[in-house]
Design a protein around this ligand. Sequence first.
Ligand SMILES: [Zn+2]
Length: 441
Amino acid sequence: MPRIIQDFMKRMSNHSVSITPQFVYRSWLVVLIPTCITLTAYGVAEFGPKEEIAISTRTEAIATPILPSNFPDSPIWHEDVIRAGDTLSAVLNRLNVDDAQANLFIRSDPIAKSLFELHPSRSLRAKTDRQGKLLELHYLNNKNQELSIKRQNTGFIASISEATTQQHTVVKSGTITSSFYASTDRLDIPDSITTQLIEIFSGQIDFHRGLKVGDRFSLVYESFTHDGIEIKTGKILAAEFSDQYKTLQAMWYTPPGSKEGAYYTPDGKSLKQSFLKNPVEFSRVSSGFQMRFHPVLKSWKQHKGIDFAASTGTKIMSTADGVISKITQDNSGYGKHIEINHAGKYSTLYAHMSAFSPGLKPGSKVKQGEVIGLVGATGRVTGPHLHYEFKINGQQVNPVALQLPTAQPIESRYLAHFQPIAAQTINQLAFLQRIEQARAE
Ligand SMILES: [Zn+2]
């Protein structure tokens, strides 16, 4: 017996009415059937008395609007987003392209053929005539190049060019609720920006142990889009971290007439590190969802270097500008390793690499942050990691314990130019913090 009837019977019995199951079942059907009909009818007819509507036809002469003479032939732009599992012919169909000649060209032309590598969520734009003849087709491939196909008098021509981009400024602010990386993920902050943020504040914040739940951060960064799709990010323009005791701020500033900018505090102190604290690039692919460049602590006396746990293939960066003095694989136990001389008495060594960046040789100049090779497990090791040494006059020292020289503050002749920009940046960051505080409370 259906549950509903059992319940009904129970309720009935509570009311001390004796009733047979047979009877209940029949009355339930009777109640149910008209209800269904009413529900169906509800959508199409209004309640109330039926009205008779008379329909008659009347013909009236109206002036035909004058269309521009080229209207019937003017081309049409169509745009459609590629879906997972899409085929090119399905997309072209949705774009209203009905053109055998174009199909043949796309199949045979070496450049146009790459159109078959469809990437879901990227869009395709086509210009056709009213009959579906293809006039133009544009597609942004996953290398952020624009593939264009254009109809010419003699046939089609395909070309690939760097996509034109529009620059935007993106602002984000968040509160740390579990880990810093969980917060940046939640805000959809790209890895390249997270890495920059860590680098900018690495001299002031210990990103492994120094952040707490409730700490807030804001940032302003450059984004480049093509047809509304973000295809790359640029640099951080301003950023801030704050806890209940202090606020740390950084802003990008390029002095007038200078080609290179740098990060400064709003009162003009340089945030540039003479040496990066971390020579291993944060990479989600190689490190999963956790940051894995935590230095492995060992007794300094036996070890004389810092080991950074990272998977094979993680990028290794030079920690300062310099010149390569050694790039080799010898029997020293270091495996594939690079040594770089920096201005003056400093040098750094990177060991157990799986590969060197192409083109590097003794005498090559490298910039701070430049990728010099990849993490590996060559030499005397038990697993992949980067062994990093910091030397002063050829002697290994512990860079963590070292007070390294800091870069110069803003030159006084630029202060008049710098100060209004700094004031504006502080206002912008304060505004973002107020929004975030309101959201968090
Ligand atoms: Zn080591």
